[in-house]
Ligand binder design. Structure first.
Ligand code: KE4
Length: 434
């Protein structure tokens, strides 16, 4: 596979962008080799600047549930751009998108748009602290809520991938109020409440964890968090940046019937344009400036192009899409498991809705410890073997694979066929040289 143009551009990129990328996980550091520079995306396909084509399972890390560049979305954006790209003033679009979000996720009685998931989670944490008058927040080891200081403590995603779960530059003051519990371990949460009486403002949780690889919630886990928050006067915040509109039209909160006090959204809500949002109970959100004293602002918040993309994206989430995506994901998960068995490679495949992660480990993956028992080195070999065979999985063992409406049975079966070869590479302890 020729990748000389990408390699050349990567050398040049490293002379202007730290690590040659604008987000760490893209640099292929944990899987080996140099990142591919992308020329275009269409449907479920990525094409790199050397002309190689891949079936894409990153899908921009989640926003592209309708696939790359759906015709209708491009049409809507082209029309919207003629009216301007940003006003710095309110527009009907943000009201319409806010009302649509509330219709799909009724717990968001009020919503504020921002430009990233990080902005959404950092703002929601501020609201929770202001509302409760308490300082401490609980997060779960291996969960990732963006890169605000308070969350870069035992964080997942790129921080875990690159071995910096707790980042330098985060001061004791910033991280000192962040308490860490175990995902799917209610006892660890109870212990934190017992040790920090009346001091915990909120529990932050990915209701379906996607940033240590995919780890679904154990039965009763989310209900248990709701119960503990109610018993101790803390707020429950669902970080649905990944699961929002993906797990179901109403997100994980609709699926598991647990109502959070605040919800953070991103990815799908912007359809591939920069949008984040946080929202929830009216009494909490009315604390947000200018309605209340909790300050939060953003130059491009509610941007008309981003709102247009979000509206198009949510309007096209038909119930039948979720059944199709779930069936395709189940097919892929079963195919990967079978291919690994045939190659005698230990593999655990976690799948949920249109998300999955193949973990290179012998033990079932139910939490951070079991997730990190997986071999990043074997995943790297598998990853390189898949690239060689025209499939682009996430460049990290500790991320989720994303399927979309553009993925077909044919694409999934091609992926499984490629995996047979890639698992052989792993079994031989080698991978096709790039
Ligand atoms: P952004 O600031 O990257 O828009 O969102 C942060 C965030 C918050 N909450 C959850 C549950 C998230 O998964 C994310 C971001 N997800 C990662 C991928 N796992 C983004 C990819 C990247 O960092 O390049």
């Amino acid at each position: 596979m020729k990748t000389s143009r990408s390699s050349k551009l990567f050398s040049r990129a490293q002379r202007i962008l730290p690590g040659g990328v604008d987000s760490p996980v893209r640099a292929f550091k944990s899987v080996g080799g140099n990142p591919l520079f992308i020329k275009r995306g269409y449907g479920a396909t990525l094409e790199d600047i050397d002309g190689n084509k891949y079936i894409d399972y990153v899908m921009s890390w989640g926003p592209l549930i309708h696939g790359h560049a759906p015709r209708g979305l491009i049409k809507a954006l082209s029309a919207a751009a003629r009216f301007g790209t940003s006003y710095g003033a309110p527009s009907p679009l943000e009201v319409e998108l806010g009302e649509r979000v509330r219709k799909m996720m009724p717990s968001l009685e009020r919503v504020r748009f921002v430009s990233s998931g990080t902005e959404a989670t950092m703002s929601a944490a501020r609201v929770a602290r202001a509302a409760t008058g308490r300082d401490k927040i609980v997060k779960f080891e291996g969960c990732y809520h963006g890169h605000a200081d308070a969350f870069l403590v035992k964080a997942g995603s790129g921080a875990l991938t690159l071995g910096t779960p707790t980042s330098p530059g985060v001061t004791r003051g910033a991280a000192g109020d962040t308490l860490i519990a175990g995902y799917n371990d209610l006892a660890s949460v109870e212990a934190l409440f017992a040790a920090n009486r009346n001091a915990i403002a909120t529990i932050f949780v990915e209701p379906i964890a996607g940033n240590m690889g995919l780890v679904p919630p154990a039965a009763g886990f989310l209900d248990g968090l709701r119960r503990l928050c109610d018993a101790h006067g803390a707020l429950l915040i669902f970080d649905e940046v990944i699961s929002g509109f993906r797990a179901a039209p109403g997100g994980a909160q609709a699926l598991f019937k647990v109502r959070p006090d605040l919800t953070c959204l991103g990815k799908i809500i912007g359809g591939g344009l920069p949008v984040g949002a946080y929202g929830g109970r009216t009494d909490l959100m009315e604390l947000v400036s200018p309605a209340g004293p909790v300050y939060q602002a953003g130059t491009l918040s509610g941007n008309p192009l981003a709102m247009t993309a979000g509206l198009w994206c949510l309007e096209h989430l038909k119930p039948s899409l979720y059944r199709t995506l779930s069936a395709l994901t189940t097919r892929l998960a079963a195919g990967l498991a079978e291919a690994a068995r045939s190659a005698n490679v230990p593999l655990q495949v976690n799948a949920f809705g249109s998300l999955l992660t193949p973990f290179f480990t012998t033990q079932p993956v139910r939490d951070f410890a079991s997730a990190t028992s997986a071999s990043a080195e074997q995943y790297g070999r598998f990853f390189r073997g898949m690239l060689e065979r025209g499939v682009y999985p996430p460049p990290s063992q500790f991320e989720a694979w994303f399927l979309s409406a553009a993925h077909t049975t044919r694409a999934v079966d091609k992926t499984i066929a490629a995996a047979r070869g890639a698992f052989d590479d792993v079994a031989k302890g080698t991978s096709a040289t790039r």
